[in-house]
Design a protein around this ligand. Structure first.
Ligand code: ADE
Length: 248
């Protein structure tokens, strides 16, 4: 059974393109995921398909009405029991990370609601959505780009989506570390050489070098990740060595 992702948006046209290319395009072709983009306006019962209104209590911004969002999500729900999650994209949500993407990838059906205008009627948050997700501490004009970010992060984790079987396991964050530097041919480009160790053919030496580089990069750029990463005895030894070199 493919995973189904339904997106509720006022701007369906924004979704043309990103899901046809690359890994996500291939995942769709392979039948790993089925994506439906649904226009919230189609679920408005009002004249001119109105979906927003003034904020009770005053203020300049418009608020998205509860009724069309409830009607749309209810129409999209699985007809039978299924592992389903309704997500609202909002800067007020919990920050997206790799663990959250992995968690969402385990559902059979995701409904992603894109917020817009000044906000969404609070009853949507309280009584309809299961969780609220933010893609970072900045404000975008709507939840559409954030929804696409979540979808990309989730879809590439679906079994079979990545060509190399271990791609998703070894990449940044899956292990809790940043990735080590990578090189491809030529061995020398404009006088800059690929580190000798990578040309040595000694797999064990290369493995240790890569791990050390990943640890070094994480320590330099994202020390916060190291605190949560699952580190082996070997990793701790390498970190000690790296810290020693820094202090020299
Ligand atoms: N809508 C507007 N900004 C957002 C953000 N940073 N994350 C999720 N949804 C948003």
């Amino acid at each position: 059974m493919p995973m189904r992702i339904d997106v509720l948006t006022l701007f369906p046209e924004m979704f043309a393109g990103p899901f046809d290319a690359s890994i996500v395009g291939r995942a769709r072709e392979q039948g790993l995921v089925e994506i439906r983009i649904v226009n919230t306006r189609d679920f408005s019962t009002e004249r001119q398909r109105i979906v927003d209104d003034y904020s009770y209590g005053g203020g300049s911004g418009m608020v998205m009405k509860a009724a069309p969002i409830f009607a749309a999500v209810e129409a999209m729900r699985c007809p039978e029991e299924c592992r389903e999650r309704v997500v609202l994209m909002t800067p007020q949500g919990a920050r997206l990370d790799q663990a959250k993407a992995a968690e969402l990838a385990r559902y059979e059906h995701l409904v992603i609601v894109c917020g817009h205008y000044e906000g969404v009627d609070e009853r949507v948050r309280e009584h309809l959505v299961d969780e609220e997700i933010s893609i970072g501490d900045y404000v975008l004009t709507g939840g559409e780009l954030p929804a696409m970010v979540v979808m990309d992060a989730v879809i590439r984790l679906l079994p079979g989506a990545l060509g190399a079987e271990d791609g998703a396991v070894t990449d940044s964050f899956a292990s809790g570390l940043l990735e080590q530097p990578q090189y491809t041919r030529p061995a020398e480009f404009r006088g800059w050489k690929v580190p000798d160790v990578l040309l040595s053919g000694n797999h064990e030496v290369i493995r240790v070098w890569r791990r050390e580089q990943a640890l070094k990069r994480t320590l330099e750029r994202r020390p916060d990740l190291l605190e949560r990463a699952a580190l082996s005895e070997e990793d701790r030894g390498l970190l000690e060595k790296i810290r020693g070199q820094r202090d020299e």
